[in-house]
Ligand binder design. Structure first.
Ligand SMILES: NC(=O)c1ccc[n+]([C@@H]2O[C@H](COP(=O)([O-])OP(=O)(O)OC[C@H]3O[C@@H](n4cnc5c(N)ncnc54)[C@H](O)[C@@H]3O)[C@@H](O)[C@H]2O)c1
Ligand SMILES: N[C@@H](CCC=O)C(=O)O
Length: 549
Protein backbone atom coordinates (compact mmCIF):
# COMPACT_ATOMS: atom_id res chain seq x y z
CA UNK A 1 0.00 0.00 0.00
CA UNK A 2 1.33 3.47 -0.92
CA UNK A 3 2.48 5.75 1.86
CA UNK A 4 0.31 8.80 2.54
CA UNK A 5 1.89 12.16 1.74
CA UNK A 6 2.36 13.83 5.10
CA UNK A 7 0.41 17.08 5.31
CA UNK A 8 1.90 18.66 8.40
CA UNK A 9 0.98 22.28 7.85
CA UNK A 10 -1.30 24.48 5.84
CA UNK A 11 1.18 26.44 3.74
CA UNK A 12 0.59 29.91 2.40
CA UNK A 13 2.04 30.83 -0.99
CA UNK A 14 4.27 33.92 -1.02
CA UNK A 15 2.57 37.23 -1.79
CA UNK A 16 2.80 37.99 -5.50
CA UNK A 17 3.09 41.22 -7.40
CA UNK A 18 3.33 42.22 -11.06
CA UNK A 19 6.80 41.87 -12.50
CA UNK A 20 8.32 45.39 -12.57
CA UNK A 21 9.01 46.41 -16.14
CA UNK A 22 12.38 47.60 -17.25
CA UNK A 23 12.71 50.63 -19.51
CA UNK A 24 15.51 49.69 -21.95
CA UNK A 25 16.62 53.32 -22.23
CA UNK A 26 19.92 53.92 -24.03
CA UNK A 27 22.83 53.14 -21.69
CA UNK A 28 20.70 51.10 -19.25
CA UNK A 29 22.06 47.75 -18.04
CA UNK A 30 18.95 45.95 -19.29
CA UNK A 31 19.45 47.34 -22.80
CA UNK A 32 23.03 46.14 -22.76
CA UNK A 33 21.95 42.69 -21.61
CA UNK A 34 19.22 42.45 -24.23
CA UNK A 35 21.55 43.54 -27.03
CA UNK A 36 24.02 40.87 -25.91
CA UNK A 37 21.28 38.23 -25.95
CA UNK A 38 20.18 39.30 -29.44
CA UNK A 39 23.74 39.28 -30.74
CA UNK A 40 24.36 35.85 -29.30
CA UNK A 41 21.13 34.48 -30.73
CA UNK A 42 21.79 35.93 -34.16
CA UNK A 43 25.23 34.34 -34.08
CA UNK A 44 23.87 30.90 -33.16
CA UNK A 45 20.72 30.68 -35.25
CA UNK A 46 19.13 28.71 -36.82
CA UNK A 47 18.32 26.45 -33.88
CA UNK A 48 17.02 22.93 -34.06
CA UNK A 49 13.84 22.29 -32.09
CA UNK A 50 12.65 18.75 -31.36
CA UNK A 51 9.26 17.64 -30.07
CA UNK A 52 9.41 16.81 -26.37
CA UNK A 53 7.55 13.70 -25.28
CA UNK A 54 7.89 12.31 -21.75
CA UNK A 55 10.79 14.72 -21.20
CA UNK A 56 12.71 13.25 -24.14
CA UNK A 57 13.61 14.94 -27.39
CA UNK A 58 11.91 13.40 -30.41
CA UNK A 59 13.34 14.10 -33.85
CA UNK A 60 10.86 12.99 -36.46
CA UNK A 61 12.95 14.24 -39.36
CA UNK A 62 9.84 15.91 -40.78
CA UNK A 63 11.27 19.43 -40.78
CA UNK A 64 9.68 22.85 -40.95
CA UNK A 65 11.14 26.33 -40.50
CA UNK A 66 10.17 29.26 -38.32
CA UNK A 67 11.04 32.30 -40.45
CA UNK A 68 12.13 35.68 -39.13
CA UNK A 69 9.55 38.28 -40.13
CA UNK A 70 12.05 41.16 -40.38
CA UNK A 71 14.40 39.35 -42.73
CA UNK A 72 13.77 36.70 -45.35
CA UNK A 73 17.48 35.98 -45.46
CA UNK A 74 17.46 33.91 -42.26
CA UNK A 75 15.21 31.69 -40.23
CA UNK A 76 15.14 31.35 -36.47
CA UNK A 77 14.75 27.62 -36.14
CA UNK A 78 14.10 24.38 -37.89
CA UNK A 79 11.70 22.21 -35.94
CA UNK A 80 10.69 18.61 -36.05
CA UNK A 81 7.00 18.30 -36.77
CA UNK A 82 5.12 15.78 -34.69
CA UNK A 83 3.81 12.93 -36.80
CA UNK A 84 0.98 10.56 -35.99
CA UNK A 85 3.14 8.19 -33.94
CA UNK A 86 4.64 11.08 -31.94
CA UNK A 87 1.23 12.55 -31.12
CA UNK A 88 -0.05 9.10 -30.13
CA UNK A 89 2.89 8.52 -27.79
CA UNK A 90 2.57 12.05 -26.39
CA UNK A 91 -1.06 11.41 -25.45
CA UNK A 92 -0.24 8.00 -24.00
CA UNK A 93 2.70 9.44 -22.04
CA UNK A 94 0.64 12.32 -20.69
CA UNK A 95 -2.06 9.95 -19.49
CA UNK A 96 0.62 7.81 -17.82
CA UNK A 97 2.06 10.88 -16.06
CA UNK A 98 -1.35 11.99 -14.82
CA UNK A 99 -1.80 10.02 -11.60
CA UNK A 100 1.49 11.10 -10.09
CA UNK A 101 1.11 14.73 -11.15
CA UNK A 102 -2.38 15.09 -9.74
CA UNK A 103 -1.26 13.43 -6.52
CA UNK A 104 1.64 15.84 -6.08
CA UNK A 105 0.87 18.11 -3.11
CA UNK A 106 -0.42 21.50 -4.17
CA UNK A 107 2.47 23.32 -2.53
CA UNK A 108 4.94 21.45 -4.67
CA UNK A 109 3.03 22.12 -7.87
CA UNK A 110 2.92 25.78 -6.82
CA UNK A 111 6.66 25.82 -6.15
CA UNK A 112 7.40 24.57 -9.67
CA UNK A 113 5.43 27.42 -11.23
CA UNK A 114 6.87 30.04 -8.87
CA UNK A 115 10.32 28.87 -9.78
CA UNK A 116 9.42 28.96 -13.49
CA UNK A 117 8.27 32.58 -13.03
CA UNK A 118 11.62 33.49 -11.50
CA UNK A 119 13.48 31.79 -14.34
CA UNK A 120 11.41 33.77 -16.85
CA UNK A 121 11.97 37.11 -15.16
CA UNK A 122 15.57 36.37 -14.18
CA UNK A 123 17.94 33.87 -15.74
CA UNK A 124 16.12 33.60 -19.11
CA UNK A 125 14.56 37.07 -19.39
CA UNK A 126 16.73 38.37 -22.21
CA UNK A 127 16.98 35.10 -24.10
CA UNK A 128 13.20 34.75 -24.14
CA UNK A 129 12.83 38.36 -25.19
CA UNK A 130 15.42 37.96 -27.95
CA UNK A 131 13.55 34.90 -29.29
CA UNK A 132 10.29 36.86 -29.21
CA UNK A 133 11.88 39.83 -30.99
CA UNK A 134 13.59 37.83 -33.72
CA UNK A 135 10.87 35.24 -34.23
CA UNK A 136 7.67 37.18 -33.63
CA UNK A 137 8.84 40.65 -34.64
CA UNK A 138 8.31 42.48 -31.33
CA UNK A 139 10.33 45.51 -30.37
CA UNK A 140 12.09 45.58 -26.99
CA UNK A 141 9.18 47.10 -25.06
CA UNK A 142 6.62 44.75 -26.59
CA UNK A 143 8.86 41.78 -25.83
CA UNK A 144 9.33 43.00 -22.26
CA UNK A 145 5.61 43.31 -21.54
CA UNK A 146 4.95 39.91 -23.11
CA UNK A 147 7.81 37.45 -22.66
CA UNK A 148 9.20 38.84 -19.39
CA UNK A 149 6.34 40.48 -17.50
CA UNK A 150 3.11 38.83 -18.62
CA UNK A 151 4.50 35.32 -18.66
CA UNK A 152 5.96 35.52 -15.16
CA UNK A 153 2.74 37.23 -13.99
CA UNK A 154 0.64 34.39 -15.42
CA UNK A 155 2.67 31.84 -13.45
CA UNK A 156 2.86 33.81 -10.18
CA UNK A 157 -0.74 35.05 -10.13
CA UNK A 158 -1.87 31.63 -11.28
CA UNK A 159 -0.47 30.19 -8.06
CA UNK A 160 -2.25 32.85 -5.99
CA UNK A 161 -5.56 32.20 -7.79
CA UNK A 162 -5.36 28.45 -7.40
CA UNK A 163 -4.67 28.88 -3.69
CA UNK A 164 -7.81 31.02 -3.54
CA UNK A 165 -9.78 28.48 -5.55
CA UNK A 166 -8.77 25.60 -3.31
CA UNK A 167 -9.73 27.60 -0.23
CA UNK A 168 -13.32 27.98 -1.47
CA UNK A 169 -15.21 25.55 0.72
CA UNK A 170 -18.86 25.03 1.65
CA UNK A 171 -20.03 27.66 4.10
CA UNK A 172 -22.25 25.34 6.17
CA UNK A 173 -21.84 22.06 7.99
CA UNK A 174 -24.87 20.39 9.58
CA UNK A 175 -24.22 19.24 13.17
CA UNK A 176 -22.17 16.05 13.25
CA UNK A 177 -20.83 16.41 9.74
CA UNK A 178 -18.09 18.04 7.68
CA UNK A 179 -18.51 19.21 4.09
CA UNK A 180 -15.55 19.61 1.79
CA UNK A 181 -14.98 20.25 -1.88
CA UNK A 182 -11.96 19.06 -3.79
CA UNK A 183 -11.03 20.49 -7.16
CA UNK A 184 -10.15 17.50 -9.29
CA UNK A 185 -8.25 17.91 -12.53
CA UNK A 186 -10.22 16.83 -15.60
CA UNK A 187 -10.33 13.17 -16.55
CA UNK A 188 -8.18 12.69 -19.62
CA UNK A 189 -5.84 15.29 -21.16
CA UNK A 190 -6.09 18.96 -22.07
CA UNK A 191 -5.10 20.16 -25.53
CA UNK A 192 -3.49 23.62 -25.59
CA UNK A 193 -3.34 25.33 -29.01
CA UNK A 194 -1.58 28.68 -28.84
CA UNK A 195 -1.25 31.70 -31.16
CA UNK A 196 1.86 33.38 -32.54
CA UNK A 197 1.42 36.80 -31.04
CA UNK A 198 2.15 36.34 -27.33
CA UNK A 199 4.89 34.16 -25.90
CA UNK A 200 3.07 34.60 -22.58
CA UNK A 201 -0.13 33.11 -23.98
CA UNK A 202 1.95 30.20 -25.27
CA UNK A 203 3.05 29.57 -21.69
CA UNK A 204 -0.33 30.17 -20.10
CA UNK A 205 -2.37 27.87 -22.30
CA UNK A 206 -0.60 24.69 -21.10
CA UNK A 207 0.44 26.30 -17.78
CA UNK A 208 -3.00 27.12 -16.35
CA UNK A 209 -4.48 23.61 -16.74
CA UNK A 210 -1.22 21.98 -15.59
CA UNK A 211 -1.17 24.11 -12.43
CA UNK A 212 -4.44 22.55 -11.28
CA UNK A 213 -3.13 19.05 -11.89
CA UNK A 214 -3.97 18.36 -15.53
CA UNK A 215 -1.72 16.83 -18.15
CA UNK A 216 -1.46 18.79 -21.37
CA UNK A 217 -0.61 18.27 -25.02
CA UNK A 218 0.73 21.63 -26.25
CA UNK A 219 0.71 22.51 -29.93
CA UNK A 220 2.45 25.87 -30.29
CA UNK A 221 2.01 28.22 -33.24
CA UNK A 222 4.46 27.49 -36.08
CA UNK A 223 5.35 31.20 -36.02
CA UNK A 224 6.32 31.13 -32.33
CA UNK A 225 8.01 27.74 -32.13
CA UNK A 226 11.38 28.80 -30.77
CA UNK A 227 10.22 31.14 -27.97
CA UNK A 228 7.61 28.55 -26.98
CA UNK A 229 10.25 25.82 -26.91
CA UNK A 230 12.28 27.97 -24.51
CA UNK A 231 9.18 28.29 -22.31
CA UNK A 232 8.88 24.50 -22.30
CA UNK A 233 12.53 24.20 -21.28
CA UNK A 234 12.02 26.69 -18.46
CA UNK A 235 9.10 24.69 -17.09
CA UNK A 236 11.22 21.54 -17.25
CA UNK A 237 14.13 23.27 -15.48
CA UNK A 238 11.70 24.46 -12.80
CA UNK A 239 10.86 20.84 -12.09
CA UNK A 240 7.75 20.10 -14.11
CA UNK A 241 7.77 16.29 -14.31
CA UNK A 242 8.24 14.64 -17.68
CA UNK A 243 4.99 13.98 -19.53
CA UNK A 244 2.91 16.64 -17.76
CA UNK A 245 3.25 19.00 -20.70
CA UNK A 246 4.06 17.40 -24.05
CA UNK A 247 5.52 19.83 -26.59
CA UNK A 248 4.28 18.83 -30.04
CA UNK A 249 4.78 21.42 -32.77
CA UNK A 250 3.48 20.19 -36.09
CA UNK A 251 0.97 20.59 -38.87
CA UNK A 252 -2.00 22.18 -37.10
CA UNK A 253 -4.87 20.27 -38.65
CA UNK A 254 -3.19 16.88 -38.24
CA UNK A 255 -1.91 17.32 -34.68
CA UNK A 256 -5.09 18.95 -33.41
CA UNK A 257 -7.34 16.65 -35.40
CA UNK A 258 -5.66 13.57 -33.92
CA UNK A 259 -5.85 14.95 -30.38
CA UNK A 260 -9.53 15.86 -30.50
CA UNK A 261 -10.39 12.46 -31.94
CA UNK A 262 -8.94 10.70 -28.90
CA UNK A 263 -11.44 9.25 -26.39
CA UNK A 264 -9.47 10.76 -23.47
CA UNK A 265 -9.67 14.30 -24.88
CA UNK A 266 -11.04 16.38 -21.99
CA UNK A 267 -10.59 20.01 -22.92
CA UNK A 268 -9.42 22.49 -25.53
CA UNK A 269 -7.55 25.55 -24.30
CA UNK A 270 -7.31 27.69 -27.40
CA UNK A 271 -6.30 31.22 -28.31
CA UNK A 272 -6.32 32.29 -31.92
CA UNK A 273 -8.67 33.30 -34.66
CA UNK A 274 -12.44 33.04 -34.46
CA UNK A 275 -12.56 31.05 -37.69
CA UNK A 276 -10.27 28.28 -36.40
CA UNK A 277 -11.95 28.18 -32.99
CA UNK A 278 -15.40 27.77 -34.51
CA UNK A 279 -14.12 25.01 -36.75
CA UNK A 280 -12.57 23.17 -33.80
CA UNK A 281 -15.74 23.56 -31.74
CA UNK A 282 -17.74 21.94 -34.58
CA UNK A 283 -15.17 19.14 -34.95
CA UNK A 284 -15.31 18.46 -31.22
CA UNK A 285 -19.11 18.42 -31.33
CA UNK A 286 -18.97 15.89 -34.16
CA UNK A 287 -16.75 13.66 -31.99
CA UNK A 288 -18.88 13.95 -28.88
CA UNK A 289 -19.93 10.32 -28.72
CA UNK A 290 -16.28 9.22 -28.60
CA UNK A 291 -15.51 11.00 -25.37
CA UNK A 292 -15.87 9.93 -21.75
CA UNK A 293 -17.31 13.31 -20.75
CA UNK A 294 -18.32 16.66 -22.14
CA UNK A 295 -15.12 18.43 -23.15
CA UNK A 296 -14.49 21.87 -21.70
CA UNK A 297 -13.96 24.26 -24.59
CA UNK A 298 -12.15 27.45 -23.71
CA UNK A 299 -11.22 29.86 -26.46
CA UNK A 300 -10.18 33.49 -26.66
CA UNK A 301 -10.39 34.69 -30.22
CA UNK A 302 -10.56 37.70 -32.54
CA UNK A 303 -11.51 41.30 -31.98
CA UNK A 304 -12.59 44.47 -33.76
CA UNK A 305 -11.82 46.88 -31.00
CA UNK A 306 -13.01 50.47 -30.79
CA UNK A 307 -12.14 53.85 -29.36
CA UNK A 308 -15.08 56.19 -28.96
CA UNK A 309 -14.11 59.83 -28.71
CA UNK A 310 -16.84 62.00 -27.15
CA UNK A 311 -16.94 65.79 -27.74
CA UNK A 312 -15.73 66.27 -24.15
CA UNK A 313 -12.60 64.11 -24.63
CA UNK A 314 -9.15 65.41 -23.83
CA UNK A 315 -7.62 65.42 -27.31
CA UNK A 316 -3.90 64.85 -26.71
CA UNK A 317 -4.52 61.88 -24.46
CA UNK A 318 -7.06 60.37 -26.87
CA UNK A 319 -4.65 60.73 -29.81
CA UNK A 320 -1.64 59.26 -28.02
CA UNK A 321 -3.62 56.36 -26.61
CA UNK A 322 -5.08 55.66 -30.04
CA UNK A 323 -1.65 55.64 -31.69
CA UNK A 324 -0.35 53.12 -29.19
CA UNK A 325 -3.48 50.95 -29.31
CA UNK A 326 -3.60 50.76 -33.09
CA UNK A 327 0.07 50.49 -34.00
CA UNK A 328 1.99 48.89 -31.16
CA UNK A 329 3.15 45.47 -32.25
CA UNK A 330 1.88 46.34 -35.73
CA UNK A 331 -1.73 45.98 -34.59
CA UNK A 332 -1.20 42.25 -34.01
CA UNK A 333 -2.86 42.14 -30.61
CA UNK A 334 -6.31 40.70 -30.32
CA UNK A 335 -7.08 43.87 -28.35
CA UNK A 336 -5.62 46.29 -30.94
CA UNK A 337 -7.64 49.33 -31.87
CA UNK A 338 -8.98 49.10 -35.42
CA UNK A 339 -12.14 51.24 -35.53
CA UNK A 340 -12.14 54.77 -34.24
CA UNK A 341 -15.32 56.82 -33.82
CA UNK A 342 -14.56 60.51 -33.38
CA UNK A 343 -17.00 63.37 -32.76
CA UNK A 344 -16.70 65.88 -35.61
CA UNK A 345 -16.03 68.79 -33.25
CA UNK A 346 -13.03 66.92 -31.86
CA UNK A 347 -11.86 65.67 -35.25
CA UNK A 348 -11.90 69.18 -36.70
CA UNK A 349 -10.36 70.86 -33.69
CA UNK A 350 -6.98 69.23 -33.62
CA UNK A 351 -7.57 65.49 -33.33
CA UNK A 352 -7.17 64.78 -37.04
CA UNK A 353 -4.04 66.89 -37.36
CA UNK A 354 -2.38 65.45 -34.26
CA UNK A 355 -3.28 61.87 -35.19
CA UNK A 356 -1.91 62.15 -38.71
CA UNK A 357 1.23 63.93 -37.55
CA UNK A 358 1.99 61.28 -34.97
CA UNK A 359 1.27 58.33 -37.26
CA UNK A 360 3.39 59.79 -40.05
CA UNK A 361 6.30 59.98 -37.58
CA UNK A 362 6.13 56.33 -36.49
CA UNK A 363 9.41 54.68 -37.30
CA UNK A 364 9.11 51.32 -39.06
CA UNK A 365 11.86 48.73 -39.27
CA UNK A 366 13.45 45.67 -37.68
CA UNK A 367 13.08 45.31 -33.91
CA UNK A 368 16.82 44.98 -33.46
CA UNK A 369 17.00 48.75 -34.08
CA UNK A 370 15.52 49.90 -30.78
CA UNK A 371 14.32 53.21 -32.19
CA UNK A 372 11.72 51.46 -34.37
CA UNK A 373 8.22 51.68 -32.92
CA UNK A 374 6.63 49.47 -35.59
CA UNK A 375 8.18 46.18 -36.75
CA UNK A 376 7.31 43.57 -39.35
CA UNK A 377 4.03 41.69 -39.52
CA UNK A 378 4.34 38.01 -38.79
CA UNK A 379 4.58 36.50 -42.26
CA UNK A 380 3.53 36.26 -45.85
CA UNK A 381 -0.15 35.34 -45.35
CA UNK A 382 -0.54 38.22 -42.84
CA UNK A 383 1.22 40.64 -45.20
CA UNK A 384 -1.05 39.64 -48.09
CA UNK A 385 -4.17 39.79 -45.95
CA UNK A 386 -3.40 43.23 -44.53
CA UNK A 387 -2.48 44.77 -47.87
CA UNK A 388 -5.59 43.29 -49.47
CA UNK A 389 -7.72 44.95 -46.77
CA UNK A 390 -6.10 48.31 -47.53
CA UNK A 391 -7.00 47.77 -51.18
CA UNK A 392 -10.55 46.74 -50.31
CA UNK A 393 -10.97 49.90 -48.25
CA UNK A 394 -9.76 52.02 -51.17
CA UNK A 395 -12.08 50.18 -53.57
CA UNK A 396 -14.98 50.91 -51.26
CA UNK A 397 -14.25 54.65 -51.32
CA UNK A 398 -12.15 54.88 -48.16
CA UNK A 399 -9.62 57.70 -48.11
CA UNK A 400 -6.07 56.81 -47.06
CA UNK A 401 -5.07 59.66 -44.75
CA UNK A 402 -1.61 58.35 -43.98
CA UNK A 403 0.37 55.19 -44.81
CA UNK A 404 -1.16 52.70 -47.20
CA UNK A 405 2.09 51.29 -48.57
CA UNK A 406 3.93 48.08 -47.78
CA UNK A 407 7.28 46.53 -48.62
CA UNK A 408 8.18 42.86 -48.46
CA UNK A 409 11.53 43.02 -50.20
CA UNK A 410 13.55 42.38 -47.02
CA UNK A 411 10.92 41.57 -44.39
CA UNK A 412 7.16 41.99 -44.06
CA UNK A 413 6.71 45.69 -43.40
CA UNK A 414 3.39 47.52 -43.66
CA UNK A 415 3.30 51.27 -43.08
CA UNK A 416 0.96 52.34 -40.28
CA UNK A 417 -2.20 53.24 -42.14
CA UNK A 418 -5.16 55.45 -41.27
CA UNK A 419 -8.26 55.22 -43.45
CA UNK A 420 -11.17 57.64 -43.30
CA UNK A 421 -14.53 56.14 -44.16
CA UNK A 422 -17.97 57.61 -44.57
CA UNK A 423 -19.51 54.16 -44.29
CA UNK A 424 -19.44 52.89 -40.68
CA UNK A 425 -20.16 49.38 -41.95
CA UNK A 426 -17.42 49.32 -44.58
CA UNK A 427 -15.23 46.23 -44.60
CA UNK A 428 -12.35 47.64 -42.52
CA UNK A 429 -14.80 48.87 -39.86
CA UNK A 430 -16.24 45.39 -39.47
CA UNK A 431 -13.70 42.61 -40.09
CA UNK A 432 -10.58 41.77 -38.09
CA UNK A 433 -7.44 42.71 -40.05
CA UNK A 434 -4.76 42.04 -37.43
CA UNK A 435 -2.31 44.58 -38.77
CA UNK A 436 -1.36 48.26 -38.50
CA UNK A 437 -4.55 49.59 -40.09
CA UNK A 438 -6.93 51.98 -38.36
CA UNK A 439 -10.22 53.07 -39.87
CA UNK A 440 -11.84 56.31 -38.68
CA UNK A 441 -15.49 57.22 -38.80
CA UNK A 442 -16.36 60.81 -37.91
CA UNK A 443 -19.82 61.22 -36.38
CA UNK A 444 -21.91 64.34 -35.84
CA UNK A 445 -21.76 65.40 -32.22
CA UNK A 446 -25.55 65.16 -32.11
CA UNK A 447 -25.40 61.47 -33.15
CA UNK A 448 -23.76 60.09 -30.00
CA UNK A 449 -26.61 57.63 -29.39
CA UNK A 450 -26.65 56.45 -32.99
CA UNK A 451 -22.88 55.93 -32.78
CA UNK A 452 -23.26 53.78 -29.69
CA UNK A 453 -25.75 51.68 -31.60
CA UNK A 454 -23.27 51.35 -34.49
CA UNK A 455 -20.43 50.31 -32.21
CA UNK A 456 -22.60 47.67 -30.61
CA UNK A 457 -24.07 46.20 -33.74
CA UNK A 458 -21.59 46.59 -36.63
CA UNK A 459 -19.35 43.63 -35.88
CA UNK A 460 -19.69 40.13 -34.50
CA UNK A 461 -16.82 40.70 -32.02
CA UNK A 462 -16.89 41.99 -28.44
CA UNK A 463 -13.36 42.02 -27.07
CA UNK A 464 -12.09 45.48 -26.01
CA UNK A 465 -13.12 49.09 -26.32
CA UNK A 466 -12.39 52.51 -24.85
CA UNK A 467 -14.49 55.55 -24.18
CA UNK A 468 -12.76 58.92 -24.07
CA UNK A 469 -14.85 61.61 -22.35
CA UNK A 470 -14.53 64.04 -19.50
CA UNK A 471 -18.32 64.29 -19.27
CA UNK A 472 -19.17 61.63 -16.71
CA UNK A 473 -22.78 61.29 -17.88
CA UNK A 474 -21.61 60.54 -21.44
CA UNK A 475 -19.15 57.98 -20.07
CA UNK A 476 -21.82 56.23 -18.04
CA UNK A 477 -24.35 56.32 -20.83
CA UNK A 478 -21.86 54.67 -23.21
CA UNK A 479 -20.88 52.12 -20.57
CA UNK A 480 -24.47 51.06 -20.15
CA UNK A 481 -25.33 51.06 -23.82
CA UNK A 482 -22.17 49.10 -24.70
CA UNK A 483 -22.39 46.60 -21.85
CA UNK A 484 -22.11 43.62 -24.20
CA UNK A 485 -19.87 45.19 -26.83
CA UNK A 486 -16.59 44.49 -25.02
CA UNK A 487 -15.30 42.14 -22.33
CA UNK A 488 -12.66 44.73 -21.42
CA UNK A 489 -13.71 48.36 -21.39
CA UNK A 490 -11.45 51.31 -20.62
CA UNK A 491 -12.13 54.93 -19.74
CA UNK A 492 -9.68 57.52 -21.12
CA UNK A 493 -7.16 54.73 -21.57
CA UNK A 494 -6.20 52.65 -24.62
CA UNK A 495 -7.97 49.38 -25.35
CA UNK A 496 -4.79 47.26 -25.23
CA UNK A 497 -2.41 46.35 -22.45
CA UNK A 498 -4.48 44.30 -19.99
CA UNK A 499 -2.29 43.25 -17.08
CA UNK A 500 -2.55 39.93 -15.24
CA UNK A 501 -4.04 40.48 -11.80
CA UNK A 502 -5.35 43.91 -12.82
CA UNK A 503 -7.70 43.54 -15.80
CA UNK A 504 -8.95 39.95 -16.23
CA UNK A 505 -8.87 39.54 -20.01
CA UNK A 506 -11.32 38.20 -22.57
CA UNK A 507 -14.37 38.96 -24.63
CA UNK A 508 -17.69 37.39 -25.56
CA UNK A 509 -19.76 37.07 -28.75
CA UNK A 510 -17.35 35.99 -31.55
CA UNK A 511 -14.38 37.02 -29.38
CA UNK A 512 -14.43 33.97 -27.20
CA UNK A 513 -15.78 32.17 -24.19
CA UNK A 514 -14.70 35.04 -21.91
CA UNK A 515 -13.15 32.82 -19.28
CA UNK A 516 -10.80 35.64 -18.33
CA UNK A 517 -7.14 34.77 -18.61
CA UNK A 518 -5.15 36.27 -15.76
CA UNK A 519 -7.90 35.76 -13.18
CA UNK A 520 -9.29 33.05 -10.93
CA UNK A 521 -12.14 32.35 -13.42
CA UNK A 522 -9.99 30.48 -15.92
CA UNK A 523 -9.02 27.83 -13.37
CA UNK A 524 -12.64 26.79 -12.82
CA UNK A 525 -12.68 25.56 -16.42
CA UNK A 526 -9.94 23.01 -15.81
CA UNK A 527 -11.25 21.45 -12.63
CA UNK A 528 -14.20 19.22 -11.93
CA UNK A 529 -15.24 19.71 -8.33
CA UNK A 530 -16.13 16.79 -6.08
CA UNK A 531 -18.22 17.35 -2.95
CA UNK A 532 -17.39 15.24 0.06
CA UNK A 533 -19.63 14.91 3.09
CA UNK A 534 -18.44 13.07 6.15
CA UNK A 535 -20.77 11.95 8.93
CA UNK A 536 -19.40 11.84 12.50
CA UNK A 537 -22.46 10.46 14.28
CA UNK A 538 -24.22 7.16 13.62
CA UNK A 539 -27.81 6.83 12.59
CA UNK A 540 -29.95 5.18 15.30
CA UNK A 541 -33.01 4.67 13.14
CA UNK A 542 -33.84 5.08 9.46
CA UNK A 543 -37.36 6.38 10.17
CA UNK A 544 -38.06 10.11 10.11
CA UNK A 545 -40.26 11.72 12.81
CA UNK A 546 -42.93 12.23 10.14
CA UNK A 547 -43.09 8.45 9.73
CA UNK A 548 -44.03 7.92 13.35
CA UNK A 549 -47.61 7.06 14.21
N1 LIG B 1 -8.78 36.98 -27.40
C1 LIG B 1 -7.53 36.76 -27.06
O1 LIG B 1 -7.15 36.69 -25.89
C2 LIG B 1 -6.49 36.59 -28.15
C3 LIG B 1 -5.14 36.67 -27.82
C4 LIG B 1 -4.19 36.51 -28.83
C5 LIG B 1 -4.60 36.30 -30.15
N2 LIG B 1 -5.92 36.24 -30.42
C6 LIG B 1 -6.38 36.06 -31.81
O2 LIG B 1 -5.52 35.15 -32.47
C7 LIG B 1 -5.44 35.44 -33.85
C8 LIG B 1 -4.00 35.58 -34.25
O3 LIG B 1 -3.26 34.45 -33.89
P1 LIG B 1 -2.91 33.30 -34.94
O4 LIG B 1 -2.69 33.92 -36.28
O5 LIG B 1 -1.86 32.47 -34.33
O6 LIG B 1 -4.29 32.53 -34.98
P2 LIG B 1 -4.67 31.17 -35.75
O7 LIG B 1 -6.11 30.91 -35.49
O8 LIG B 1 -4.21 31.18 -37.14
O9 LIG B 1 -3.78 30.05 -35.00
C9 LIG B 1 -3.95 29.78 -33.63
C10 LIG B 1 -3.50 28.36 -33.38
O10 LIG B 1 -4.39 27.48 -34.07
C11 LIG B 1 -3.63 26.62 -34.92
N3 LIG B 1 -4.42 26.34 -36.12
C12 LIG B 1 -4.54 27.10 -37.23
N4 LIG B 1 -5.36 26.51 -38.12
C13 LIG B 1 -5.76 25.35 -37.57
C14 LIG B 1 -6.61 24.30 -38.00
N5 LIG B 1 -7.22 24.32 -39.18
N6 LIG B 1 -6.81 23.27 -37.17
C15 LIG B 1 -6.21 23.23 -35.96
N7 LIG B 1 -5.39 24.19 -35.49
C16 LIG B 1 -5.17 25.25 -36.28
C17 LIG B 1 -2.37 27.41 -35.22
O11 LIG B 1 -1.32 26.57 -35.65
C18 LIG B 1 -2.10 28.06 -33.89
O12 LIG B 1 -1.46 27.18 -33.00
C19 LIG B 1 -6.21 36.75 -34.03
O13 LIG B 1 -7.49 36.46 -34.52
C20 LIG B 1 -6.27 37.31 -32.62
O14 LIG B 1 -7.34 38.19 -32.40
C21 LIG B 1 -6.86 36.36 -29.46
N1 LIG C 1 -2.97 41.17 -22.89
C1 LIG C 1 -3.14 41.71 -24.19
C2 LIG C 1 -4.07 40.88 -25.06
C3 LIG C 1 -3.45 39.76 -25.77
C4 LIG C 1 -3.99 39.60 -27.15
O1 LIG C 1 -3.31 39.43 -28.12
C5 LIG C 1 -3.66 43.13 -24.21
O2 LIG C 1 -4.61 43.49 -23.53
O3 LIG C 1 -3.10 43.88 -24.97
Amino acid sequence: MALYTPQLASFKVPAVDNEPMKGYAPGSPERKALVEALTQMEKELPFEVPCIVNGKEVRTGKLAKQPMPATHAKHLCTYHEADEATVASAIEGALAAKAEWEAMPWNDRAAIFLKAADLVSGKYRYKLMAATMLGQGKNAWQAEIDAAAELSDFFRFGVKYVEELYSQQPVKNAPGSWNRVEYRPLEGFVLAVSPFNFTAIGGNLPGAPALVGNVVLWKPSPAATYSNYLVYQILAEAGLPAGVVQFVPGPPEEVVGQAISHPEFASLHFTGSTFVFKKLWKDIAANLDKYKGYPRIVGETGGKNFHLIHPSAEIKNAVNQSVRAAFEYQGQKCSALSRLYVASSVWNNGFKEQLLNEVAKLKVGPPTDFTNFVGPVIGRPAFDKITSYIQKAKDAGGEILVGGSADNSVGYFVQPTVILTKDPKSVTMVEEIFGPVLTVYVYDDADYDKTLELIDTSTSYALTGSIFASDRKALLHATNRLRNAAGNVYYNEKCTGAVVGQQPFGGARASGTNDKAGSISIFYRFVSARSIKENFVGLEDYLYPSNLA
